[in-house]
Write a protein that binds this ligand. Structure first.
Ligand SMILES: [Cu+2]
Length: 290
């Protein structure tokens, strides 16, 4: 704010001076113009800017470190996958991260550091309402610090063409009050809820028999795959397939039965060969992973 005020007021003063000089020059005679002109070029064109810019530089450099300061303790690592977001929360002092996917929840009024990378292709992490785009580059870790002030529901999007389903790679961002954030993180750290008897339990067995757990982690069960998104608390996320479909039973059926149609070149096989009862069971199981 201080910097902005100085720039605006300083700019206005300079604009007024330049205007005044122009009016004066138009009114005075040629001899006077030449005398005054040389002094103005050396004074106003060289000496004043040199001092003003040097002073501004010295004054504003320390502000840049403040802009780049680390977060208040919470660090989030986000990996750009093809075509979804792997998200790991590192609360202060944590030794192992809490992994989730395709959803970013942030505490309001706190600085959060977000560390970005990618295992294969370049993506760009962009939450327009909070910060500029930052590239996610294989073999490098880039970072940004966000400090959202008010609770809000925002949207993020991949901003670098990364392959066929680049356009189907967004994510919801929920900014919540700090206390609600702590509760959310605690729930997120917990193991998956046990499947309820009935269709959900049958779905859990299918999940394991069909090999879903070879790619997906469901903490607290035998499923510990790391290729696809962590599904431990899948039902509490608002979307399926990185913002591609709303997280509702019929959309989930479409996702499981026609995966590659919903999301071209997706890295998950389609399970269209399953009958309706089997799909129903899987949907019941996934809907219980709160
Ligand atoms: Cu991408």
């Amino acid at each position: 704010m201080g910097l902005l005020r100085v720039m605006v007021v300083g700019g206005a003063v300079i604009a007024a001076l330049v205007g005044g000089v122009a009016v004066h020059a138009a009114r005075s005679n040629r001899e006077n113009q030449e005398k005054l002109g040389r002094a103005l070029i050396i004074g106003g064109g060289v000496v004043v800017p040199a001092f003003a810019l040097a002073a501004l530089l010295v004054w504003s450099l320390p502000m840049m470190t403040a802009f780049r300061a680390p977060g208040d303790g919470l660090r989030i690592e986000v990996s750009g996958e093809q075509w979804w977001w792997r998200v790991r929360y590192w609360p202060e002092g944590a030794e192992t991260p809490i992994e989730t996917a395709n959803l970013i929840v942030l505490p309001a009024g706190e600085r959060t550091e977000i560390v970005l990378d990618s295992p294969d292709v370049i993506h760009s992490f962009w939450i327009p309402a909070l910060a500029g785009k930052v590239d996610m580059i294989p073999g490098r870790r880039t970072r940004l610090v966000v400090e959202p002030q008010e609770p809000a529901e925002l949207r993020g999007q991949c901003a670098e063409f990364c392959g066929t389903s680049h356009a189907l790679m967004s994510f919801p961002v929920e900014v919540v009050p700090a206390a609600a954030f702590a509760g959310w993180l605690e729930r997120e750290a917990a193991h998956a809820a046990a499947a309820e008897p009935g269709p959900a339990e049958a779905g859990a067995e299918l999940f394991s028999a069909l090999g879903c757990g070879g790619c997906h982690n469901v903490r607290g069960t035998g499923a510990d795959g790391v290729i696809g998104p962590d599904l431990t608390h899948f039902a509490s996320r608002p979307s399926i397939g990185a913002g591609t479909l709303p997280n509702e039973p019929e959309a989930l059926r479409l996702w499981l039965a026609t995966t590659g149609k919903v999301k071209p070149d997706v890295m998950m096989p389609s399970f269209g060969m399953l009958g309706a009862p089997e799909l129903d069971a899987l949907i019941a199981y996934l809907a219980g992973l709160r």
